[in-house]
Design a protein around this ligand. Structure first.
Ligand code: BGC
Length: 751
């Protein structure tokens, strides 16, 4: 495998970086660029829209009124491919990120500098290259901790500010319908409520830092194969109750500046010119006040897109430059529509504070970022198997450990594509598309630290399963690190681990009865060896603090608390789509050559009506299939008992007690599910709420989980509204979607 070698010790690296970067300083007049425009003393008599005391819509009205037609047009498209494409022009104020929209200095309006930042800032600008690699979004969602999600967003927001950006284009919200999707590590969950809440909190964390946030890719961009033209087909009710619901929750919560429409088609129309999803649902029904920006070259028309609700073309001017100007002059796109686009953009700038509190460039604090990343990863790790309580390993008592597998001596894996954060010490200006990047966070080092001086720790890269097995045989415990590299632009054809790693694990497990597998994967994988190993730990892509977090969980310094936000199917044949639609030997990985994936299959349907609203665990329940590991599942080093469920009469909350029945302090994620009355035609239970509960050993706590009434409703397509059916609602409570010891039925009237 062609990899970028990680640099050595983190601290050495950081020290080197800190000396390389320019020191923190206030911008001088000459160095001030429009993004950072100093608006501290605006003349609000002359330019009343710069008065922070006014409401953002009022400010937007005032400034739009002053703009010429050309200025308006300038704001509704990007400035070109910039640094993303060799040879493309890079404007003076361009910060080196994925997108740039020049501001209007005469009106005091700053540039918009957009940065990819799904799991940390990508291509981290010209003067401050270092950015913190956070754990995957799917990992963050495994914490089920809204505070961790907020922290996640705040790391991104803080570092973007430090680097001179004022808009994030992270916020991956697509549902994990397809477990082999290459971008699942950028997304949260297969459940719309968990996704909506966690990614909504993430976007809030970004915007807390006066950075415009974004939620993407709207909508049904649920696989990479053929993503630029595939037609996602799904009936409206199912769409509303699944993929749209996650966006609805997150957008309502975070009020993000931007929503990025996706590449694919939705029921025939491209997502960036889809009147139903943009105008009717997002803007009219949900009251979204921000702006819709297209994914990079996801715009396909001028009039149709403008009239359907697209507000900004990215990254260039194929459709919304001169073409839009002409359409407005000729009356094909009303002037009021152009004004609405501009209003949405500038009101978002005022509302998030990018005008009043412009970013001040300074060196990113790598240590603070690393600590935050480690904390989030400690909550993200999911303990999947722990036979004979092999974990936690007892520090100072183990004589020998064989560490085996992909870069486990030196680094942890990260996800690829536009989410790729540059590795410290790696290639300046961005890592190559299509190449796995490992970050300098050494599991071997931290396992050694925990195991104690007398333990003998050996390492084998795992490329030869026989050699690895030989080493494993000589040790008391074998820990095998297996990886699955995923990236934007490609899906995996199967759920299997790549590069012969199933054989590696099988060989090691046959040689050593005390084998523990640590997974670094982008999403669910199959595990044909699951019965033959004692421990299985899912760490996703662990981020820059990953190795410490992994060692802390392996040795029990931190209890395992994460729970799966996705179902792990035992085999592809149990999935609604046993094969990824459109993925053949010919089309496989074709998107890896570049962003547009031109050699991918074109214009083919992906029929999501197969599963409809039965995404993930709902499919497995309705079809009575046994997953390898169910949604919501995760073990701990302690145990919990549930008792005394009570629903209030309107089913607005569930109250119950949870007791830590083991000998260690822990954190339980208590989950509440509902099955709707039969008339709903939804033959599955669905998540409606949860709580993370810290419980000392032996402690018991009574908790109340609020239930949003919306989650008990179904979408009535005739009324175009949500509706509650009369009947019996069965509530169940427990620690996993498949283990719910408490239940109570409540009869509710229609609404
Ligand atoms: C991706 C987006 C990304 C954009 C800019 C596209 O290929 O789908 O998620 O924000 O590129 O890099």
């Amino acid at each position: 495998m062609n990899v970028l070698r990680p640099a050595s010790a983190f601290s050495l690296c950081m020290a080197a970086l800190l000396t390389l970067q320019s020191p923190a300083q206030k911008p001088t007049a000459a160095s001030v660029r429009p993004t950072e425009m100093n608006t501290s003393k605006p003349d609000i008599k002359k330019q009343p829209w710069l008065n922070p005391a006014l409401d953002p819509d009022q400010r937007a009205d005032l400034i739009v009124h002053e703009m010429t037609l050309d200025e308006k047009i300038q704001l509704v498209h990007g400035d070109g491919w910039g640094v993303l494409r060799v040879g493309a022009e890079v404007a003076p104020g361009h910060n080196g990120g994925a997108g740039f929209v020049p501001g209007i200095p005469r009106l005091g309006l700053p540039d918009i500098n957009l940065a990819d930042s799904a799991v940390g800032a990508r291509m981290a600008a010209r003067e401050s290259r270092y950015a913190t690699l956070l754990p995957s979004v799917i990992g963050m969602a495994s914490s089920w901790d809204p505070e961790a999600a907020r922290l996640y967003g705040s790391v991104i927001g803080r570092e973007l500010r430090d680097q001179g950006y004022n808009m994030s284009i992270g916020g991956g919200m697509d549902l994990i319908r397809e477990p082999r999707n290459g971008r699942n590590f950028e997304y949260a969950s297969e459940d719309p409520i968990l996704s909506g809440i966690m990614v909504g909190q993430l976007a809030m964390g970004v915007q807390d830092n006066h950075i415009m946030g974004d939620i993407k890719h709207y909508v049904l961009n649920d696989q990479e194969t053929g993503r630029n033209t595939l037609n996602a087909i799904l009936d409206k009710r199912s769409m509303q109750e699944t993929d749209l619901l996650s966006f609805q929750i997150g957008i309502k919560m975070a009020k993000p500046a931007g929503v990025m429409c996706s590449y694919n088609r939705v029921n025939g129309d491209y997502a960036c010119e889809n009147n139903y999803t943009l105008n009717e649902v997002l803007k009219r029904d949900w009251g979204f006040k921000g702006f819709v920006l297209s994914d990079w070259e996801g715009t396909h028309s001028t009039e149709k897109a403008a009239l359907a609700g697209l507000d900004m073309e990215q990254p260039g001017t194929n459709w919304f430059g001169e073409g839009l100007k002409k359409a407005v002059v000729e009356g094909r796109v009303p002037q009021t529509r152009l004004d609405d686009m501009v209003h949405r953009i500038v009101r978002s700038m005022f509302a998030t504070g990018v005008v009043d509190e412009p970013p001040v460039r300074r060196v990113v604090d790598p240590f603070r970022g690393r600590d935050d990343a480690q904390h989030i990863e400690e909550e993200s790790i999911v303990l999947l198997k722990n036979a004979d309580n092999i974990l936690p390993l007892a520090p100072g008592q183990i004589k020998s450990i064989a560490i085996i597998g992909d870069h486990a001596d030196s680094g942890v894996l990260s996800g690829g594509g536009s989410a790729q954060v540059d590795a410290p010490g790696g290639r300046p200006g961005g890592s190559a598309w299509g190449t796995p990047v490992y970050f300098p966070s050494s599991p071997l080092k931290y396992v050694k630290e925990h195991a104690g001086a007398t333990a003998e720790i050996s390492f084998d890269a795992g490329t030869d399963p026989k050699a690895a097995a030989k080493l494993a045989k000589s040790a008391q415990v074998a820990i095998v690190f297996v990886t699955q590299w995923m990236s934007e632009g490609k899906d995996n054809a199967t759920l299997s681990l790549p590069n012969n790693q199933d054989v590696l694990v099988a060989n090691v497990a046959a040689a050593n009865p005390n084998t523990i597998v640590v997974l670094e994967t982008g999403g669910p994988v199959s595990m044909p060896w699951a019965n033959n190993v004692k421990g299985i730990v899912e760490t996703w892509y662990p981020g820059i603090g990953g190795a410490q977090a992994i060692a802390n969980v392996l040795f029990g310094t931190v209890n395992a608390t994460g729970k799966l936000p996705v179902t792990f199917a035992a085999t592809e044949s149990d999935l609604p789509h046993p094969q990824v639609p459109g993925l053949t030997a010919d089309t496989r990985n074709n998107g890896m050559s570049g962003n547009a994936g031109r050699r991918q299959p074109h214009d083919f349907p992906v029929d999501y009506n197969v599963e409809g609203m039965m995404v993930g665990y709902k499919w497995f329940q309705a079809k009575d299939k046994q997953p390898l590991f169910p949604f919501g599942y995760g073990l701990s080093y302690t145990t919990y008992a549930y008792s005394g469920l009570k629903l209030d009469r309107a089913a607005k909350s569930a109250t119950f007690a949870v007791k830590n029945t083991g000998t260690r302090d822990g954190v339980e994620i208590a989950q509440v599910y509902v099955t709707l009355p039969n008339a709903a035609g939804e033959p599955f239970r669905k998540l409606v709420g949860w709580k993370r509960l810290a419980l000392a050993a032996g402690a018991e706590q009574t908790v109340t989980v609020d239930i949003d009434p919306l989650y008990l409703e179904i979408f009535d397509t005739e009324k175009n509204d949500w509706q509650r059916l009369a009947g019996d609602y069965r509530f169940e409570v427990g620690g996993s979607s498949a283990e719910l010891p408490l239940h109570e039925a409540v009869t509710l009237s229609s609404r």
